[in-house]
Design a protein around this ligand. Sequence first.
Ligand code: XMP
Length: 522
Amino acid sequence: MNDTPEPGHQRVLIVDYGSQVTQLIARRVREDGVYCEVHPCQKVDGLFLETFDPSAIILSGGPESVTHDGSARAPDSAFTRGVPVLGICYGEQTMAAQLGGSVKAGSPEYGRAEIQIVRESPLFDGFGGVGHSEPVWMSHGDCVSAIPQGFEPIAVSEGAPYAAIADEGRRLYGVQFHPEVAHTPRGSLLLRNFTRKIANLTGDWTMAKFREEAVARIRAQVGRGKVICGLSGGVDSSVAAVLIHEAIGPQLTCVFVDTGLLRAGEGDQVVSLFRGQYNVPLIHVDASDRFLGALKGVSDPETKRKTIGRLFIEVFDAEAAKIDGADFLAQGTLYPDVIESVSVHGGPSAVIKSHHNVGGLPERMRLKLVEPLRELFKDEVRALGRELGLPPAFVGRHPFPGPGLAIRIPGEVTPERVRVLQKADAIWLEEIHKAGLYDSIWQAFAVLLPVKTVGVMGDARTYEDVCALRAVTSVDGMTADMSRIPWEVLERTATRIVNEVAGVNRITYDITSKPPGTIEWE
Ligand code: XMP
C-alpha cells in the first residue's frame, strides 16, 4: 500500500541510508502534521521518484562512508526535480559529493556539539540569527571538506566546517548533525522550517483526515466482503477493529480469544467495550482451559511462547472457519513493522524472543489482508483511537505481550499462579494510577517468581513466593530504563500485596535497564 501512496497528499520522501534513527525523522515530520514515508535507498531510483512525486526529500544518515566505492547515492534527479532536499549526515555528504564537493574520511565527532550560525537561512528561522550558538548532536565518521558550487556554509562547529550548508536558490540543504534526535533540542524546529517554510507544506496530515480516507479505502478494498478481526485487547487491534467497523459495519466480525492469561478483568472490559459501546459483532472464545492445559509442565520460556502461539492460531482458525464466507483478515500492523529496514552489513539479527501477536496468523488461512494502520506510528494509533472515541484510559494502556501473563510467571504456569499474579499486578497498577505515574511509564507489571522465602506474619513463620515489580520508561520498547518510582509508592504496594495476596510474602523491585535486561522476564 505504501508503495503507491494516495495521490493529492503533500508528502515528504525520506530516503533511508541505514541510520539507526531514520524512523525518528519520520516521527518528527509527522508530529508536525506533514505526511511522510521512509523508503530504503536501494529502492529509490529516478523512476521511483517520478511515481512517488514527493513535495520534499530528506536523505537520512547512515553507517557507510561516501568515500568507499559502491556506497549508496541518491538518484541525480533528486537534486534537479526542483523540490527541496535536506541531507542529514550521510545524506549531506552524499549530496555534497554528488554535486561536485568532496568528503573527507576519518574526521569523527560523536555526541553533543555546539554549532554557530554564520549566515541567515530559513532553515534556522527562529534560532537566533548570525552568531547564535546552538547545541546539537553529532554522530559522524566523515565530514564534508569542500562544498559544491552554489552552496554556502550556514553553520559551523569545531569539528565540522560545514555543519550546515545551503544552496538557497535550488533549495538544497545539508546538516552534519542529527536534528531528529532528542539530544538536538530544537531539531524539530529545524525540520519544521524545512517542511513548512522552505517546502511550503501546509501540514495537511491530521487524524480526522486519515480517518476519513481510511474509511473510504477500507470500503473500496472490501466491497461487500466479510472481514474477520482478531482482538487481543491491545490498542492496535482495537483501533483497527473500530475503524473497520465504522467503514463496513456488520460485515466485520471480531474474534476475541481469551487465553486466560490476561490481566485481571481485561477480558470483560474488551467484551463490554466492543459489544456494549460499539455494538461490534463479537465472538468471545473462552479458551483458558485449553491454554492452561497446554502449558502444564512447561517451564522453558521459548516452549511457552511457541505453545501459546500455536494454540492461539488453532483456536482462532477454528472460530474463523465458522464465519461463513469470510474473505479478509484484519490486522493491526503498524508502520514500524512495514518499513523495510536497510541492512548495510547484511545478516539477520539474533532472535532474543519469538514474538507472538494476533498479527502472526498463518498465510494458509488464504484470506486477504486488511491493514488499515500500516501507515501509522504507535502514537498516531493512539491519536486515531481518541479520534474514534475510544476511552482515553483504554487508548493510553501500557503495551501487553501476546503470550500474556505466562511470560511473567517463570517456571510452570498454573491456574493458581495466574490468579495470584493477577491480584498482585492489579494492586501494583492501582497504586501507580493513584500516584499519577501511569502515563509517564512505558510499562508496569508484576512477575511471580518460582522462589520461596521465609517471612514472618503475626507471630507465625511464612514460607511463600516472591513477587517482583517492574516499571520502565522507554520511547519504543527497544531500550528501557527502570522507572524511579517514589519509595512511598513501592512501600505501599509491597505492604498491600503481602497483606492482600495469599501466597506472596516478599516483594522486590527490578532495577535492570534494557539492555542488558529485557522488559519482560521471559
Ligand atoms: P522485551 O521483553 O523484548 O519486550 O524487552 C519489548 C516489548 O515487547 C513486548 N513483548 C511482546 N509483545 N508479543 C507482543 O505483542 C510478544 O510476544 C511480546 N514479547 C514482548 C514487551 O511487553 C515490551 O513492550
